[in-house]
Design a protein around this ligand. Structure first.
Ligand code: NAP
Length: 458
C-alpha cells in the first residue's frame, strides 16, 4: 500500500547532511517541490555554508553573496538547522533513519588527493586544502604551522584552488588586511619572506584548469610579477585544435592572458609568480624539511581534447622550501554509507546511494560527495535538483520513519548532551563576527574556536 508521505497530514521528512551550497540547493528543491516536506539540516560545525565560508578565498567576497540566497531558504518554517552535530559520532546514520524518511548527504569532499611520490610527507609539504582552511579560520586547522619564512614556494596543480593559494602567497598584507582572512593567518602572512611562488602544471597552457578571472588577477597584483617561459606557449596542432573549439573559449582567454604575461619585460616587483607547464614532480628531496623538487619534463600525447601528460625521461630541479599540492579533493567515508574508494565519493547512481549497484532505499547524495570535486558553486544547483527529483520519484516506496518529529530529534540530542546550534543561534554568532570585523576594518572576523562560537550564543 502506498504511504501518505508528502501530504499535509504527513510531510516527508528529510535530513540533509552538510550545509554547504549543495545542501542548501537540495533544501530549496525539497521545500519548493511538489510535496509537503520538512528539512532538518545537519553540520558538524556550529556555522553553516561549508565551502562558502571555509573554501572561497577571502579576497573574493562577491562569491560569498550566495549566502543571502541560503539565508532565505533557511527562513522557511519547514527548515531547521542543527549545527555542531557530527553524523557518525553524535548521531549515526541508522539513528537518523528513525527520525527521517530519507537522508540526503551533501557533505562535500573533506580531504585531498596526494601526489604519491617519495618525500611527499617531509616537513613543509602540505595539502593546499589545509592552507585554505587555515587562512579561512576553520577551527580544525587553527594549530597548523606554515613556514612562510622560506623564500621559494611551489604549488602543484593548476586548478582554481592552486590559484587561490598562490594568490594569497603573492599578495601583500596590505592587499589582504581588509578581507575576512583569519587574523592569525594575516599575522603570519605579514611576516612572509616568500619571494618566488612556482605554479607547476603537468600539461600545457591550453589545458590549464584555472579560469580567466583567476589567472588575470596575477597581472594586477601590487607587488608581484607573473613570469613564464614563452617557449611553453608554442602549441602543438592538437592544442591549437582544442583552443579553436567554441566550448574552450575560457581556455583561449587563458592563453591570451598568458601570452600578455610572457610579453612583459619590466619586471620590477618584489615577488615573482612563475608559471610552469609540462612538468610533473617525481620526488621531493630534503633533509629535515623539503629543499628541492625533482621534476620530469612532459610532452603531450593523445588526440585533441584527450591529451595526457607523458614523461620524457628528462628531468629538472627546483630549489623549494615550501610546497602545496593542489591536485583535487576527495570525499571521506561515513559509517553506514557505501563509499567508492577509487572516486572518493559515496557510491551512487544519479544521486541514489547504491551498494554494489543495488539502490539503498532512503539514502541520497548531492554535490562533491556525489559527483566528485568539480564545478563552481552554481553547478550544485542542477546537481541537487537531480538528486531531489530521484528522491521524489522514490517517495511511494520509502519506508516511513518511526519517529517523524523534530522535537524527538531535539530530545535525542539533548539526552546525548550534544550542544547543537540552531539557525537563530548562528545569526547571533554572525552578528558578533561582523562587529569584531568592523572594529578591524574587515567585513568579518571569524571565530576560529568552536568554544568561542558557543559562548557567543550565550
Ligand atoms: P581542479 O580544477 O580539478 O584542478 C586540479 C589540477 O590538478 C589540474 O591542473 C590537474 O591537472 C592537476 N592534477 C591532478 N592530478 C595531478 C597529478 N598527479 N600531478 C600533477 N597535477 C595533477 O581542482 P581544484 O583546483 O581542486 O578545484 C576544484 C573545483 O573547485 C574546480 O571545479 C574549481 O574550478 C572550483 N573552484 C573554483 C574557484 C573559483 O571559482 N574562484 C575557486 C576554487 C575552486 P590535469 O588538468 O592535467 O588533470
Amino acid at each position: 500500500m502506498p504511504n501518505n508521505l508528502g501530504t499535509s497530514e504527513r510531510p516527508l521528512r528529510v535530513a540533509v547532511v552538510g550545509s554547504g551550497p549543495s545542501g542548501f540547493y537540495a533544501a530549496e528543491a525539497l521545500l519548493h517541490g511538489e510535496m509537503a516536506v520538512t528539512v532538518d539540516m545537519f553540520d558538524r560545525l556550529p556555522t553553516p555554508f561549508g565551502l562558502v565560508r571555509y573554501g572561497v578565498a577571502p579576497d573574493h567576497p562577491k562569491i560569498k553573496n550566495v549566502i543571502k540566497i541560503y539565508e532565505k531558504i533557511a527562513e522557511n518554517p519547514q527548515f531547521s538547522f542543527f549545527g555542531n552535530v557530527t553524523i557518525g559520532k553524535d548521531i549515526s546514520v541508522s539513528e537518523l533513519r528513525v527520525f527521517y524518511d530519507a537522508v540526503l548527504f551533501a557533505c562535500g569532499a573533506e580531504t585531498d588527493k596526494k601526489l604519491g611520490i617519495p618525500g611527499e610527507d617531509l616537513p613543509n609539504s602540505h595539502a593546499a586544502t589545509e592552507f585554505v582552511a587555515w587562512y579561512n579560520g576553520h577551527p580544525d586547522f587553527l594549530g597548523r604551522k606554515f613556514d612562510l619564512l622560506q623564500e621559494i614556494a611551489c604549488v602543484v596543480g593548476q586548478g582554481n584552488v592552486a590559484m587561490d593559494v598562490s594568490r594569497i602567497l603573492c599578495k601583500t598584507a596590505d592587499e589582504l588586511k581588509k578581507t575576512d582572512i583569519a587574523q592569525h593567518a594575516l599575522e603570519v602572512l605579514a611576516q612572509s619572506k616568500i619571494k618566488e611562488v612556482h605554479l607547476i602544471g603537468r600539461r600545457g597552457p591550453a589545458q590549464a584548469a584555472f579560469t580567466p578571472p583567476e589567472i588575470r588577477e596575477f597581472g594586477e597584483l601590487a607587488d608581484c610579477d607573473p613570469v613564464l617561459n614563452p617557449k611553453d606557449l608554442e602549441l602543438n596542432p592538437e592544442s591549437q585544435q582544442e583552443l579553436a573549439e567554441p566550448a574552450n573559449a575560457p581556455k583561449k582567454k587563458n592563453f591570451e592572458i598568458l601570452k600578455e604575461f610572457a610579453s612583459r619585460t619590466a619586471l620590477s616587483k618584489q615577488r615573482k609568480f612563475f608559471i610552469h607547464f609540462f612538468k610533473s614532480p617525481v620526488e621531493i628531496q630534503g633533509s629535515g624539511r623539503i629543499q628541492n623538487i625533482k621534476l620530469e619534463i612532459n610532452k603531450l600525447n593523445g588526440p585533441a581534447g584527450k591529451q595526457k601528460a607523458e614523461g620524457t625521461g628528462q628531468f629538472d630541479e627546483l630549489p623549494c622550501g615550501l610546497l602545496f599540492r593542489s591536485v583535487g579533493y576527495r570525499g571521506v567515508a561515513i559509517e553506514g554509507v557505501p563509499f567508492d574508494e577509487k572516486k572518493g565519493v559515496f557510491s551512487n547512481q544519479g544521486g541514489r546511494i547504491v551498494d554494489n549497484n543495488t539502490v539503498v532505499p532512503g539514502l541520497y547524495a548531492t554535490g562533491w560527495i556525489k559527483r566528485g570535486p568539480s564545478g563552481i558553486i552554481g553547478t550544485n544547483k542542477p546537481d541537487s535538483t537531480e538528486t531531489v527529483g530521484k528522491l521524489f520519484e522514490d517517495v511511494p516506496k520509502l519506508t516511513v520513519c518511526s519517529k517523524p518529529d523534530t522535537q524527538a530529534v531535539i530530545a535525542f540530542l539533548k539526552k546525548k548532551k550534544v550542544c547543537f546550534v540552531t539557525f537563530a543561534d548562528w545569526k547571533k554568532i554572525d552578528a558578533v563576527e561582523i562587529a569584531r570585523g568592523t572594529a578591524l576594518g574587515k567585513p568579518r572576523e571569524k571565530f576560529v574556536r568552536v568554544e568561542q562560537m558557543l559562548k557567543a550564543i550565550q
